[in-house]
Structure formats: C-alpha cells, structure tokens
Design a binder for this molecule. Structure first.
Ligand code: TYM
Length: 378
C-alpha cells in the first residue's frame, strides 16, 4: 500500500483526474450497477462474451435490459456514441468504440456517431474551428478502423452536417432551462454562451434515428462514465418530446501512462495515440507507471501491485484476450516472480504490432470514408 494521500476525484465530461472511486460514481450519478444477467444477455446475442464484458469494464448502465428486451420483441434498436475531435485519438477512446462495433454486429443496429467539433471549439481556447473540423474527419478514420459496419454507421460533424441536426437540437434546447445547464455542467457567468447551447447538440443525437425514421427507436449509448451528465439532462426531457429515454452502458477509464486519472488527449505526454509511430509508442510503454516496488529485492519479497499498475491495466483492457494468461501474469507479479521490465517489454511489443495493424486499417479507411458519413433521409 502507498501512504500517499489519495488525489481528489474529479469526473466531468471535460476533466477526469484523481483516484477514481467507481462505487462512489455509481452512487453520485444515480446509475445502476452492471449485472451478470445483462452481460450474459449481450453475450448470448453476440455469440461470444467480449473481453470487456468478461472483465467488468462496463461498470454501470441505465435501462440496458429494457433496450435488449425491445430488441428481443423484434423491435429495431439503435446505438449512439461520439467523439470530441480536439486532437488525435488515443487508446482510451478505442475502449468504447471496439465495444460499439461488437454491439452493432450483435444487435444489427445502426450507429449514429457524433463528431462534436462545436463542443471542442467552444471549450478549448487553443483550438480553431477549422482544426476541430479537420480532426473530425481524421478521427472518423479511427472509428472505421475499429470495425464499425458500412451502411449502418452514420458519422456526422455538428458543424458540417448541421442541416440534419438543428431542428431536433432546437426542440431539445427549448425544454432545458439555464439553471439546469448551470447545475449539471457547472457553468458560470464567465463561460461563453456557446457552452450553454452545446448540451442540446449532444442530447439531440439520442433522438436522431427516431426523428429520421419517423418512429420511436430505443437508443443505447456506450461510452465511458464521464459523459453521464449529458444523459441525465436528456432523460429528463425525452418523454416531454415524445421519445424514449436513452439507455446507457458505462465503461471504466483506461488509465494514462502516469499515475492516477484516465488516458486523456489533454495530457498528450501520458497518452498513446493511434497515430504514434509504433516504435515511439513502445518507448512510451517503457516509461509507464507500474505497481512495482522501488528495488528488485523488495519486488521479489513483497511482489508487485497489479491493482495499481497501468501496464497491467493495458493488458486487462485491450492487449490480453486470454483470461488464463492474464491471471497467470497477475499471480506471477504478486508473487514477485516477474519484474516490471519484463511486462513492459511484452506490452511494448503488443502495442507496436497492434498499432502497425490499426494504422493500416486507418489508412484504408480513407478510401471508404464516404460510405460512413451521414446521408439525407430518403
Ligand atoms: P471524448 O472525445 O472526450 O471521448 C470519446 C469517447 O471516449 C471515451 N473515453 C474513454 N474511455 C475509456 N478510457 C479513457 N481513458 C477514455 N477517454 C475518453 C469517452 O467516454 C467517449 O465515449 N462530448 C464527447 C463527444 C460525444 C459523445 C457522445 C461521447 C458526443 N456525443 C455520445 C460519447 C457518447 C467527447 O468529448 O468525447
């Protein structure tokens, strides 16, 4: 155990830092804990249990069982997720996106994928609107490389595709008061007024598929739990607008390379980007925070601490599909049989080969990007 005081936890859509206490988040956000029944149901429809379900990466949800039941009744169900394109995509973003591709296949669902270039422009002093828009297109390549289905994935940028979005966003905005926006998002008098409007854009997509198809389609949002404040506001107004409340399934955070907090594009030195040259990413892994002891002797005597180790977390979330091998690594680490250098080297190799493969898919995506962009309703 470390004797250092715990860093205070902050989890908002724009900032995640400190020691994350997921139990506390579940309570604070008023969400339901994930259940084995839901995990099993998803696996049943998919034909296998995704690594993230086997490992409890999805810690909580709202109404996911209802969304699955609607599907089982033979009703069409939809998926929605998004990205704030302020820079390159990192490994943390891929966690929910790989899962989205899995869900999309399992439930034959259309996926509405929102690129919030407006949000990032409004929230980031150092980002021009043109930069945000251009990242939206670059980041779309990552979304495609995660294996989303062509024809069923509708990627859109808030600024470039506003004609598809504005009317629904207005209907949403009319139902949300300024005092709600202030309370939920912590806005103050010195914030620009764009930040007050923006939540209507993120909420609106929950209803986009229903609106385009002219019938109510249950919507499930896979994302990390930082996005939850948006859904609280959306759920409050959904029925007033004649739509179903959107369901959510919340992921835990992939940590950054440093101790504490999540992998975050706003701390680029602690993130592995999908565009990093593989060798550079391998070097980053070698600098990652681990649960190792200060000396080899202590490590051999006391064992390492996988529970706080970021290198172990990367195996756990993304880079070790074999459950048995993962348990063996954990046990050998705790018994002091392996040292951090060993795990780092193995992880570096896996990250490098993952990135080589992912970057090929990402480049190939340029050729087919158009098939994935939102089209007018026929
Ligand atoms: P953004 O760009 O901050 O994050 C994109 C997605 O990645 C998740 N995420 C992570 N998941 C696991 N580990 C991490 N370290 C990590 N960091 C980020 C986020 O939860 C998110 O799912 N406002 C949004 C864009 C958006 C959106 C949405 C996201 C619009 N509509 C609907 C999710 C669902 C944003 O800036 O995401």
């Amino acid at each position: 155990m470390t004797d250092e005081p715990k860093q205070e936890m902050v989890v908002t859509p724009w900032e995640v830092k400190g020691d994350i206490d997921y139990d506390k988040l579940i309570e604070q956000f008023g969400v339901s804990r994930m259940t084995p029944e839901i995990e099993d149901k998803i696996a049943e429809h998919a034909g296998y249990k995704h690594l993230q379900l086997r490992r409890g990466v999805y810690l909580s949800h709202r109404d996911t069982e209802w969304w699955i039941k609607e599907y089982e009744k033979g009703n069409k169900v939809g998926l929605y997720t998004g990205r704030g394109p302020s820079g390159n995509v990192h490994l943390g973003h891929l966690v929910p996106w790989f899962f989205c591709a899995y869900l999309q296949k399992a439930f034959g669902a259309d996926m509405y994928f929102q690129m919030t270039d407006d949000e990032k422009f409004l929230h980031r002093a150092d980002l021009s609107l043109d930069e945000a828009v251009s990242y939206a297109y670059e980041n779309a390549l990552d979304v495609i490389a995660c294996g989303m289905a062509p024809g069923k994935t509708h990627i859109f940028s808030d600024t470039e595709d506003i004609e598809h979005l504005y009317k629904i966003a207005l209907r949403v905005a009319k139902k949300v008061t300024f005092s709600t926006a202030k309370a939920v998002f912590g806005l103050t008098d010195s914030d620009n007024i764009g930040k007050i409007w923006y939540p209507a854009m993120q909420a609106m997509t929950c209803f986009l598929e229903s609106d385009r198809e002219g019938r109510n389609i249950p919507c499930l949002i896979p994302a990390a739990i930082d996005q939850d404040p948006y859904w609280r506001v959306t759920r409050d107004i959904a029925q007033k607008l004649g739509y179903y409340k959107p369901a959510q399934i919340h992921a835990k955070f992939l940590p950054g390379l440093a101790e504490g907090g999540k992998m975050s594009a706003s701390q680029p030195e602690t993130a592995i980007f999908t565009t990093d040259p593989p060798k550079k990413a391998g070097k980053k892994v070698m600098r990652a925070f681990t649960g190792g002891r200060p000396t080899v002797e202590e490590q051999r005597d006391l064992g390492g601490r996988p529970e706080i180790c970021n290198v172990y977390a990367y195996f756990y979330f993304l880079f070790e599909d074999d459950d048995k091998a993962l348990v063996e690594r954990e046990t050998s680490c705790k018994n002091g049989e392996i040292l951090c250098g060993h795990c780092k080297k193995e992880l570096a190799k896996r990250v490098e080969s993952f990135l080589t493969d992912f970057q090929e898919k990402r480049e190939a995506a340029r050729e087919v990007l158009d098939e994935y962009l939102i089209k007018p309703v026929e």
